[in-house]
Design a protein around this ligand. Sequence first.
Ligand code: ADP
Ligand code: MG
Length: 589
Amino acid sequence: MPIELLDRDVASKIAAGEVIERPASVVKELVENSLDSGAGQIEVEIVRGGLEMIRVTDDASGIPEDELELAVLRHATSKLRSVQDLSRIGTLGFRGEALASIGAVARLSLVSRVPGADAGHYVLVADNDVVERGQQGAPFGTTVFVRDLFKNVPARLAFLRSAGAEGARCVTVIEQYALAHPDVSFRVIVDGRLAFHSPGNGDAVPVLIEMWGPDTASAMIPVQPTNVGGTTVTGYVSEPGLTRPRRTGQVMFVNGRLVETRILSYAVADAYRDIVQRGRYPLVVLFVTVPPHDVDVNVHPTKAEVRLRREGEVIAAVQRGIRRTLAARGVVIAPAEGASDADRASQPIPAAPAESDVELESPPLLAQTPSDEGEGGGREGVARQASQFTLRPVGQVGLTYIVAEGPDGMYLIDQHAAHERVVFEQVLAGRMSEAKASQGLLTPVTIELTASQRLALEPLGALLASYGFEWEPFGEDAILLRAMPVTLRESEAAQALIEVLDRRPDDEVIASDSLQDGGEGIMDSQERRIAATIACHSTVRAGQALSLSEMESLLTIFQEADFPRLCPHGRPTMVHLSAAQLERQFGRR
Ligand code: ADP
Ligand code: MG
């Protein structure tokens, strides 16, 4: 379709975008344009981190001469016409904003030649105005030059890292698109040197080798293509032994679009639950395909967040795809095949296998769902009801799970997760109270901090103090820790503090109390993250032998928890086998 200005009604419904944040944003938008236009080859050149120049050349369909000037106007696009189109977007771009936004912060020029044209045509944009146009020799396709990025926006420049770091980000963006489009050949030249190349032969493996090196790439396992409802999942995953301390090795696409969606991160974490060490992230490259009308890409300026209509289905497909793949390698036990997967994921708390009649009979502790928790008042009700019955410990399995009997059957409770949940709530509540739950250390501890830890301490200082940490500067690079939150084990106080300082905000998803409400409940506020870290270092561990009376006291406080079913990291704290299920299992019913 030709480029046209969107009418005002459509334009107003588009999530407004400050799309150009850094050089990598330019690269992303230009590469998306080339892909949208059907490129088979894309060459990107980056000079001085992209600040001096970014060039993207493709062999795609080109822009006709009479549309060149339109292309650089805001809300001018060939990809969208009506509000209805917004609900079935099949292209990476759709807002018609990228070129205009780039034109506002850089000197932009476009040279393009469409099939059949004798020559190419160009426009030059400065300060959002076309300052020059004309004809020039050019190959078929489009070349976009972006020069002097942010020269007119010093504020933006101030937030950028070194040229090397910004250039690396640009390369990462291209690598990721190369993964999603193995049929397109990419070449990236950074300061005159070839930095990345993909053959474009339809195979993603050479791209993985370029990205991660041959050793890591060859350790990636192809995901068994998996379908749940309309969702398909393919890609590559690592065995649980191959992990990174951050999510940098997790690349996920929805309908060919690179996304950062908590729901997917959660689904991956859950698929590797119990087999990957805490705080480590397996390497995954996932391609999720859903029907276009099931994904809303119009929720985030950089289009990185998407909203998925059938989240449960997507989570189920990802979990099942990964689990099946790992099972085929003998890493985990094969998941049960069948529809219950989708049920399980749409209700990510895998307590009792769903049997609706049984669920209804369940005691209050287990019957609570976010829908009956409501916003505020419901909480107390649930907590009060919960304390009306007791879990009686019977024993311990694998020094990790407490076996207990309750009013409706049998419960297996993860001792660490359950204790963590209780302490997490106590820590959060304690912070609000007047009497700060702080305790002096018997021997103050000197903690050497790295530069990044020192930087993290500044903004987090007040928050950490509110939890009961007290410290003072000690020389140039160290602090002297004098007091800690009262629940914390003294031997772990320093470690807990370091862990808080080391954690980047996006490192970990802390599950909120209502994971089920469409994922909105997954939150990651600093408060919760710190409380979860404190809780983790305050609690009994898996592998710790507990006496019956210790189990009893743990179960007693556990039943008082507001939200007993999930640990602060979103893992289930317990598995329930109802009396009815037991009877069925033994053929009594
Ligand atoms: P959007 O991609 O959201 O439509 P852009 O501002 O990125 O908005 O681009 C505006 C229009 O310019 C596109 O809709 C497309 O028609 C045209 N265009 C941009 N880049 C290219 C390219 N590399 N090849 C062909 N057409 C392009
Ligand atoms: Mg675009």
